[in-house]
Design a protein around this ligand. Sequence first.
Ligand SMILES: Nc1ncnc2c1ncn2[C@@H]1O[C@H](COP(=O)(O)OP(=O)(O)OP(=O)(O)O)[C@@H](O)[C@H]1O
Ligand SMILES: [Mg+2]
Length: 252
Amino acid sequence: MTTDPTSAPAVRVRGLRRVFGDRAVLDDLRLDIARGEFVALLGASGSGKTTLLRILGALDGADGGEVLVPGARTVVFQEPRLVPSKKVLANVTVALPRGRSADGLRALAEVGLEGHAEAWPATLSGGEAQRVALARALVREPGLLLLDEPFAALDALTRLRMQDLVGELCRRHRPAVLLVTHDVEEAVRLADRVAVLRDGRLVTDETVDVGRPRDPGDPAFAALRRRLLADLGVDVPAPSLPTPVRTEAGVI
Ligand SMILES: Nc1ncnc2c1ncn2[C@@H]1O[C@H](COP(=O)(O)OP(=O)(O)OP(=O)(O)O)[C@@H](O)[C@H]1O
Ligand SMILES: [Mg+2]
């Protein structure tokens, strides 16, 4: 793996291969992510999304291919993975040099948790703990933010709020982002581009051409959602036109 903080794009992957046993989970995969670009990655369970994310985060190696990523990368997983014996602020600054508490407090303020700096992780709600994990990831000002189903364990309302927060923070900090999700609507709401991983490579890689703020009722949103679901093997019928109602006076 090469890290290159200067050249664009932020992520450049060519011919990536990862084999487990006799199965190539990633096979000749190609992916570019521009600086500041937000890419959502969809794919069936077991299709290799986490495997790709782990390779980009240097948590796992590849069996072949070329991977170019920024030097500073951070990952947020489905579960917050806080250190229970450290208070919230210490969790946020855990990977920083000593004496960076002010940065940690600023990051906590950005996720609305400055009042919880001295709390223990065990006293946080699931959504709060995930916001701490987000603050911990952003405080390092990563060139690449890797998100592996970060909202999957949250209730529907908290999930929507977290999506808005992540969208806002990413627009402010401008890392390149790879968001792994099973939620097609979430992908279309947040991403600049959406890709689908199948049979080891990206079978779809599409710019999201829907104006912001994105409304699932927008026909372009619905059409892209339907195409992506079809790529995932879920057929959704196109919305039918209202059935005309016949009356004795004619058709309404
Ligand atoms: N360390 C490993 N050793 C052996 N097989 C592995 C290993 N890591 C992943 N796999 C296999 O590779 C495949 C892809 O796994 P991966 O976790 O990347 O899928 P995923 O797309 O993230 O799935 P999900 O949506 O369920 O999280 C799976 O079949 C998994 O069992
Ligand atoms: Mg996974």
